[in-house]
Design a protein around this ligand. Structure first.
Ligand code: DX5
Ligand code: ZN
Length: 218
């Protein structure tokens, strides 16, 4: 059970301190948005490079960008521990996932709420994680979409059949009141932005989320 707090809900004027506040987490989730794939703009490679220099935990890059074939591998080359591209945006997922892995990072693809998983099951040998979005990508603080749980189950079953160590990540609206159903459905990596950075203590929020997830795994 791994917790990956999203710094999208952190104080962007104090990112080093905000990363130190989540030193107990497994990852720091960094949402890269280009204002084309999603209607929001956050940060890009130069900022990720700066975060990598100071982060106490490995960086989990979620690329909500067009043309990840071109732009994803440099995040792996810069030292991100995990790089996720959107399946809706990629032209050659096999080549892009291989380039990410060749640079030493874990590779993952993400599916938006309206995107089915089944057409992509053959990509499992090429990736280390599948991200099932539980909100429409673009913004933090949105409501959790429980109707994505059957897809989480479907991915978990496909991973089981395939074998190997492929993680199933959920992202969007994950909180103390929604994490249990994600764990029950088979997720094992949980992104939480507002539930961590909106809490009085980020460290306590992380521990609490991890405990709830661990109790509902099977
Ligand atoms: C949404 C981002 C999420 C977001 C999650 O497009 O991918 O990572 O930061 O924020 P919460 O946990 O507040 O829904
Ligand atoms: Zn994200």
């Amino acid at each position: 059970m791994q917790i990956s707090p999203s710094i999208l809900s952190a104080d962007f004027a104090n990112l080093q301190a905000e990363l130190e506040a989540i030193a107990d987490a497994d990852w720091a989730h960094v949402d890269v948005m280009d204002n084309h794939f999603v209607p929001n703009l956050t940060l890009g490679l130069p900022v990720v490079e700066a975060l990598l220099r100071v982060s106490p935990v490995p960086i989990d890059c979620h690329l909500m960008i067009e043309d990840p074939d071109r732009w994803a591998p440099p995040y792996a080359e810069a030292g991100a521990g995990s790089v996720t591209f959107h399946i809706e945006a990629v032209a050659d997922p096999v080549r892009t996932a291989r380039a990410i892995r060749a640079a030493g990072a874990r590779a993952a693809f993400a599916v938006k709420p309206g995107t089915p998983f089944s057409p992509y099951v053959d990509l499992l040998p090429e990736v280390d994680m599948v991200l099932v979005m539980t909100v429409e990508p673009g913004f933090g603080g949105q409501s959790f979409m429980a109707d994505q749980m059957p897809k989480v189950r479907e991915v978990r079953e496909a991973v089981r059949r395939h074998g190997g160590e492929i993680w199933v990540q959920v992202d969007g609206g994950v909180s103390a009141s929604t994490i249990e159903q994600c764990a029950e459905a088979g997720a094992d990596v949980f992104v939480a932005g507002s539930a961590v950075y909106g809490a009085p203590s980020a460290a306590e929020a992380i521990d609490h989320l991890r405990e709830l997830a661990a109790r509902h795994t099977h």
